[in-house]
Design a protein around this ligand. Structure first.
Ligand code: T4K
Length: 362
């Protein structure tokens, strides 16, 4: 049954024939996992596309963050943003560290570097910012704060596949960057993710960590986990990788069209992009939560389902964390809505969504 509703996103999928062709090889070899040939090929081809040397593919973007924390042997407080998906923060907690929130910049929606130093204590071991919606953080400021205080930096780049910053891949900044290849991301392996270390020893360590901590001789030399990507996920990734540039170009075109059309509504605000972006989401900031809810309701009536990424602000999850006020993040979280944006989104539907919002005269 074909679902005619329009959701916030849909995976960009290669033609099924591309996938079955690759799957045949998996069936013939019978190698399903444990760093098989297609996982290695996926890593090589993805690294080539992104202009990178080091990539360690893993099972998802959450385990990628956990492995990064473990690889850097972090203990104590990790400074992060409250305007993110819960996985950023739960990974910190799962690794036995304490998340310490720093509020965001209301324009870029990324962590506000001018507020980081006041949160640094003798227990702070790292900064873990997020490139929210693929928008690069102010990495110069973050790196210089980290250097001054001898802190590690992990960038949660779950949204940032394909983003470059100052001429190189965004994954080449900090000590480690992590990403997600979840079905909803720019490049998807259904479930999947990766770690990108800027140091070769760390890269080798991450490879061991994803494989129970084994070295090449099957000695356990690190405190590892099971983070291995399977051959089937690598098949999906390899097939989709061929269409990544097409998807990136398409996404940018649609983002720009949305922005042009919605700029006619003077009260709407958009994320300020810091240089390059992959335009993986189209977030709109409404003047009030009431107006957002009215727009959401009207779109829902037409079978259109935008999403409130990220709502509520993560610092308000009091079941798992003590509440600390984060006024900017809490305010933005209430007023932000991501409109449908994906490769198969029909331009007529995009125009229709914009007209519906425009007609509300907000
Ligand atoms: N860091 C950040 C900053 C993140 O945003 C995320 C994940 C992570 C870390 C962790 O990475 P992973 O461990 O997930 O690899 C989604 C994703 O599950 C999650 O990956 C993502 N961020 C988060 C922002 O969004 P939901 O709750 O929106 O998923 P769901 O099922 O409601 O899907 C949204 C829409 O996408 C649906 O309305 C329809 C469409 N869809 C979804 C799936 C799963 C499809 O068309 N096909 C599908 O298979 O979480």
């Amino acid at each position: 049954m074909v679902d005619k509703n329009i959701y916030v996103t849909m995976p960009t999928l290669a033609p099924l024939d591309d996938v079955t062709e690759l799957l045949k090889g998996v069936w013939e070899r019978g190698i399903m996992t444990h760093n098989g040939p297609l996982v290695q090929c996926f890593e090589k081809e993805t690294a080539k596309f992104l202009g990178l040397r080091n990539i360690v593919s893993v099972t998802n973007g959450t385990i990628a963050i956990q492995m990064a924390i473990r690889a850097l042997k972090l203990k104590g407080e990790i400074i992060t943003t409250p305007f993110t998906f819960i996985a950023t923060v739960s990974s910190i907690i799962w690794e036995g560290c304490t998340p310490v929130f720093v509020d965001i910049d209301p324009e870029t929606l990324n962590i506000d570097p001018s507020k980081i130093e006041e949160k640094i204590t003798e227990h702070t071991c790292a900064i873990l910012p997020v490139h929210v919606f693929g928008n690069p953080c102010d990495m110069e400021s973050i790196q210089s704060i980290a250097k001054r205080h001898n802190l590690k930096v992990i960038y949660d780049a779950a949204h940032a596949v394909g983003v470059t910053y100052k001429g190189k891949s965004i994954f080449e900044y900090g000590d480690i960057s992590t990403t997600s290849f979840h079905a909803t991301k720019m490049l998807n392996t259904a479930e999947g993710g990766a770690c990108f270390a800027t140091d070769d020893d760390l890269h080798e360590k991450l490879k061991r960590l994803r494989f129970f901590g084994f070295d090449d001789h099957k000695d356990v030399v690190d405190d590892g986990t099971n983070g291995k990507m399977t051959e089937v996920h690598a098949v999906i990734g390899l097939a989709n990788l061929k269409y990544l540039q097409l998807a990136l170009d398409d996404r940018k075109e649609k983002y720009m069209l949305y922005k042009e059309l919605l700029s006619q509504c003077p009260s709407l605000k958009f994320q300020r992009i810091n240089g390059d972006c992959n335009y993986s989401y189209f977030p709109v900031i409404f003047p009030t939560e009431e107006i957002l809810l009215e727009v959401e309701h009207k779109l829902n009536e037409e079978g259109i389902y935008p999403r409130r990424y990220f709502y509520p602000s993560v610092n308000t999850f009091t079941q798992i964390l003590p509440y600390v006020e984060m006024p900017v993040s809490e305010d933005i979280a209430k007023r932000i809505l991501c409109l449908p944006l994906y490769y198969n989104l029909d331009l007529c539907d995009l125009n229709r969504i914009c007209s519906m919002i425009f007609d509300m005269k907000i």
